[in-house]
Design a protein around this ligand. Structure first.
Ligand code: FUB
Length: 346
């Protein structure tokens, strides 16, 4: 739900209608990436703060400085444990600001926090930090991942033990500036410069297999192509369905589900495929718009049920950059499609 349409919302009423409540209320959190490690659910969110930056279409108001890890023992728990600061931007040598949506992975008892941040050159890249504990503290690598760019890393471990990173985001996420392989700094203040025309194929999220130590790309990132019902790539002008940001990958009954946010139309959508590289065919909406401009999620299995971790701005009464993470169950239809969730009961 865009910010300009919140003026008349009765937030007490909205919170009564909400299908779930914030998992933490003492801090603002967003972009929740949930994983089950050692039988417990760990949530890796952005830590939203009000740094005083004005709203703009580049997302300058998302000026986050650190990450906290949250945990719950079961999705029915109403209050998550906040494990405190796991990584601060001042401890990331290459990063200046804007710690946006992170993700985490575990391999051989070691934990990896993947995160985007803007460097001192104003360019978003993706870094990695490691820890012996799922709650950190995490120690950042001295440099961003070589060949990385843009935002919103999501790391998926396939059944064969290979790890893949899905990433990217348009507008303030700068993906459109990398269309020719190098960062295009022209028209720096415009979130729309360098986007394809509406009748051209939409910009795609990217996917790259990770190296064995999970600290590097093992290949040049490839396009995550989403096809329409005719087998044609979605068009850039198809704002209700095309990729904007917030990639996630999960596997259900042997199918790969690539899910993402449509950004300016505020949907969480998904597309299905038979291979981690795609192509994927658009399959529908997972979540209708929430209060707040952004929508961002993860999907996680726990004890045989599937859950959507998402956020909204209901606790802050609609402030775009002060969001709260929530969880609700996902229901699959027999054909593998996902039932669309309304975040507020009608
Ligand atoms: O939290 C900052 C940015 O907002 C994320 O990186 C995007 O996915 C959007 O949720």
């Amino acid at each position: 739900m865009p910010e300009d349409s919140i003026a008349h919302i009765d937030f007490d009423e909205l919170n009564r209608k909400a299908i779930s409540q914030p998992l933490v209320k003492q801090i603002y959190t967003a972009d929740p990436s949930a994983h089950v490690f050692n039988g417990k659910i760990y949530i890796y969110p952005s830590h939203d703060i009000d740094a005083g930056d004005a709203f703009d279409d580049l997302g300058s108001h998302f000026a986050m400085e650190d990450y906290h890890v949250l945990s719950i023992n079961h999705p029915a728990e109403t209050e998550a444990t906040d494990h405190g600061v796991a990584l601060h931007v001042k401890d990331v040598p290459w990063a200046e600001k804007q710690l946006w949506a992170p993700d985490a992975a575990e391999k051989d008892g070691k934990y990896y926090l993947f995160f985007p941040a803007k460097g001192y050159d104003g360019i978003f890249r993706i870094g990695v930090a490691t820890s012996t504990s799922p709650i950190g503290p995490f120690i950042a690598q001295p440099e961003a991942i070589k060949g990385s760019f843009s935002i919103d890393p999501a790391v998926f471990k396939d059944d064969d033990g290979q790890y893949y990173m899905y990433f990217g985001g348009i507008w303030g996420g700068q993906l459109q500036r990398w269309r020719k392989g190098n960062f295009n700094a022209a028209d720096a203040s415009s979130p729309f410069a360098h986007l394809p025309n509406d009748d051209e194929s939409a910009l795609c999220a990217k996917v790259a297999r990770l190296s064995d130590d999970l600290l590097a790309f093992d290949e040049t990132p490839k396009d995550v192509v989403v096809l329409d019902e005719k087998g044609l790539p979605l068009l850039q002008g198809d704002n209700d369905r095309r990729f904007f940001e917030a990639s996630w990958m999960h596997k259900y009954k042997g199918k790969y589900y690539f899910s993402y946010s449509t950004g300016d139309t505020h949907y969480l959508c998904y597309a299905m495929g038979d291979d981690p590289y795609g192509p994927f065919t658009y399959a529908g909406r997972i979540l209708n718009p929430v209060v707040g401009w952004t929508s961002h999620h993860s999907i996680c299995e726990f004890n045989g049920k599937w859950y959507l971790f998402y956020h909204d701005s209901s606790l802050s009464k609609g402030v775009t950059h002060l969001r709260s993470v929530k969880v609700t169950e996902i229901i699959y239809n027999d054909d593998g499609t996902i039932q669309t969730i309304d975040p507020y009961k009608v």
